[in-house]
Design a protein around this ligand. Structure first.
Ligand SMILES: Nc1ncnc2c1ncn2[C@@H]1O[C@H](COP(=O)(O)OP(=O)(O)OP(=O)(O)O)[C@@H](O)[C@H]1O
Length: 695
């Protein structure tokens, strides 16, 4: 038995001691201070931080142990690594090491072998060798599994993955989890990359992109404690339901206050919601419906054109011209004979306020003319006349101000399209956009340009990011990234995505170079994550067969050797067999311990009718539709385009026939997304002909 092994007894002892230490330190913090004394309040903040840290430690003090012998020392010393660090109360010796500390990098970068290792400490490189790497799982104050993945001089073959496989075999609930105990070397490199970089990560489905990005934030906050603030970090994700799904990870890592948003939400905030989004902008209807012709995607597709740096350049030229000829200054006559000259007005606007962006410049000009008017009025001694002139002067000033041009993003944008020619803007983009702009609406694809124009006209209103994460970045445009980059003193980005999942190619990128082109040469750093952790070997190999049809030229994902059930592709004899099949599928998977089960349909309509039929048959499930803000777990019915980013223990692709998934790159990406959502079990059903993508 494990408990009898002397080394394991040592672990029991150490854990007991650790809890004693934690309990002692917690008891020593003292009661919460609620008084008014400022110094005490500051001290209380520190105490509260310690309370929270110890609380986290008390749940799971550590997960790893690394025995490291520093060069020049006789013996290796064990280091215990946890989600948060802790010193021993009496001696101030490090007792549990924070996983983000430089020395802890050894735990992640070490992949076996007896060769010397080193890590970068604040005072320089430290050399040494590793004698043991051990994973420990602790739950409810009890020691569970102990796995040694390396022992110096031992037979280490095949040990490396055991703890990882054990973790990956877990069933999932409705939240993404932290992976501190099993971060892999290639992921660790990204997490610990220097701050001022634009990291661009192409990662296979399930390679841990989202997870890695969140861990990177925790690392940056630790490493650059004095320079980076959580409130000035921001995560952009595709939709609010996805944000809900990932919302558990940062608190688990002890990180709060990082802003998490969608680009649309953020852009509308920038514009003070001064624009109205068109109601029929539903992507499900336009791009993922099977009705009518599926629009072809090229550089003249509205979203692609409006997200391009060429469009930005065009706007910049126009904005510059706007500034040059913004006002044709007219004299302002407050009343008969009392005139503020055009030269004076021009001088104020073009010379004195030159350094302000247009909108505040205009405000200042208006305020200055107003002050001038007040001064003129003050020279009038007779109160009756002054009253009369005040009335005339104010009226005329209002009229004068109204005639000044407006420095407003929407007005400018409307004008770009109203006066634009097909030499500048592709004809179909021009016409389509004009028609809805005239009705006073905009589409999501217009928001980047609008937010950019708003920024040029108004300035940055103190918005500064310390770090920006863009998840699912294949769906994001270069213009969006350029806009975000404006709010940083120096680029500090983690941009992650998978071109093979680029189902929003009508507004996203087709090559990562489109994004790196935004940055000066020294910033972009391109990484590839090929290994996929989410799914079993069988599922990954199955999905890899679809990959070539996506036309992305991406290499197949590399599975971790975690074998499960074969993927089933089942032809149904009659359409009426579907609901009974789904019923059995759900029961069977539940019996086998699967917690999250997804029935993935191709379109919104298909999912709605499935939901209806299932409800009639007494099968309970949550239907996911566009705009949903929460992901509940359990049994879910979801259109494939909304399943991106999520994962489920078992997945059923509800209709894998040739009309739903045709032999096109766009449909291949959809089916690839669908299949790669499954962790443990994947089944596809169809009536009639199976999709040629599986051939
Ligand atoms: N090193 C790791 N140890 C344990 N689990 C991991 C590791 N890396 C990733 N995972 C797990 O793999 C799954 C996929 O991770 P994640 O969702 O972050 O991947 P992704 O690359 O963003 O996927 P997709 O592109 O499909 O959205 C998650 O369940 C995550 O916990």
């Amino acid at each position: 038995m494990e408990t009898q092994h002397p080394l394991h007894q040592e672990e029991y002892r150490r854990l007991r001691e650790t809890f004693e230490e934690i309990d002692q330190q917690r008891a020593g913090i003292g009661p919460v201070y609620r008084g008014q004394d400022f110094t005490e309040q500051l001290l209380e903040e520190k105490r509260e931080e310690k309370r929270q840290r110890l609380e986290l430690l008390a749940k799971e003090p550590y997960f790893g142990r690394l025995d490291f012998r520093e060069e020049g020392k006789a013996e290796p010393l064990p280091m215990y690594i946890g989600k948060r660090g802790m010193d021993r109360g009496e001696t101030d010796e490090p007792y549990v090491i924070d996983w983000r500390a430089p020395v802890a990098s050894l735990f992640y970068s070490f992949t076996g072998g007896d060769a010397p290792v080193n890590y970068e400490a604040p005072d320089g490189i430290i050399h040494g060798d590793i004698h043991r790497k051990r994973n420990l799982s602790i739950r409810d104050r009890k020691l569970g599994r102990i796995v040694d993945s390396y022992e110096r001089g031992g037979d280490n073959i095949g040990l490396n993955d055991e703890f990882l496989l054990y973790k990956l075999g877990d069933k999932k609930d409705n939240r993404l989890r932290d992976i501190v105990s099993t971060i892999q070397a290639e992921q660790d490199q990204i997490i610990r990359a220097p701050r001022y970089k634009a990291l661009i990560i192409q990662g296979a489905a399930g390679s841990g992109k989202t997870t890695v990005a969140l861990h990177r934030l925790a690392f940056l906050l630790y490493q650059y404690q004095q320079q980076i603030r959580a409130e000035r970090m921001i995560i952009f994700a595709p939709n609010t339901m996805f944000l809900d799904y990932i919302s558990g990870v940062l608190p688990e890592l002890g990180v709060g206050h990082v802003k998490q948003t969608t680009f649309v939400e953020w852009a509308l905030e920038r514009l003070n919601a001064n624009v109205r989004l068109s109601k029929d902008s539903s992507e499900g209807n336009i791009w993922f419906s099977l009705d009518g012709v599926r629009p072809r995607i090229d550089d003249e597709t509205p979203g692609r054109f409006k997200g391009s740096l060429a469009f930005k350049k065009m706007l910049d030229d126009k904005l510059q011209r706007l500034e040059e000829h913004f006002i044709q200054a007219q004299p302002f006559e407050a009343w008969e004979g009392r005139v503020l000259s055009a030269e004076m007005i021009r001088e104020w606007f073009e010379v004195e306020y030159r350094h302000y962006p247009l909108a505040p410049r205009l405000d200042r000009l208006n305020a200055r003319i107003n002050r001038w008017l007040e001064m003129q009025l003050n020279t009038i001694g007779d109160p009756k006349i002054r009253k009369e002139k005040t009335k005339t002067g104010k009226q005329r000033l209002r009229a004068y101000s109204n005639k000044l041009p407006k420095a407003d993003a929407l007005t400018f944008y409307q004008d770009v399209f109203a006066s634009g020619t097909s030499d500048e803007i592709p004809k179909k983009v021009l016409e389509g956009t004009r028609s809805y702009l005239k009705k006073g609406f905009v589409q999501p694809e217009d928001l980047t340009a609008l937010a950019w124009i708003h920024y040029v006209l108004n300035g940055a209103e103190k918005l500064v990011f310390d770090h920006v994460v863009v998840d699912e970045a294949q769906d994001v445009s270069p213009f969006q990234i350029a806009l975000l980059n404006t709010f940083m003193n120096e680029p500090s980005f983690t941009i992650l995505g998978d071109l093979a999942q680029g189902i929003h190619a009508y507004r996203g990128v087709q090559r990562w170079e489109e994004i790196s082109a935004v940055f000066a040469e020294e910033y972009p750093s391109y990484h590839v994550l090929k290994q996929s952790y989410r799914s079993t070997l069988e599922i990954i190999e199955f999905a890899n067969r679809i990959l070539p049809h996506t036309d992305t030229g991406l290499p197949p994902a590399v599975p971790v050797f975690r074998s499960g059930d074969p993927v089933d592709v089942v032809r149904l004899n009659a359409a009426g067999d579907k609901i009974p099949f789904i019923d059995t599928f759900i029961r069977d998977n539940r019996d086998r311990g699967m917690q999250t089960i997804a029935i993935i349909g191709r379109t919104d309509e298909e999912c709605s009718s499935l939901h209806e039929a299932m409800t009639k048959a007494g099968i309970e499930a949550n239907l996911i539709s566009e705009g949903q803000t929460q992901y509940r777990g359990g049994v879910t019915i979801v259109p494939v385009y909304l399943a991106k980013g999520l994962e489920f223990d078992a997945v059923l692709i509800a209709n894998a026939n040739d009309s739903q998934y045709a032999l096109t790159p766009q449909d291949a990406k959809l089916l690839y997304v669908g299949c790669t959502r499954a962790l443990h079990r994947l089944t596809l059903i169809f009536n009639g002909e199976a999709t040629p993508l599986l051939a």
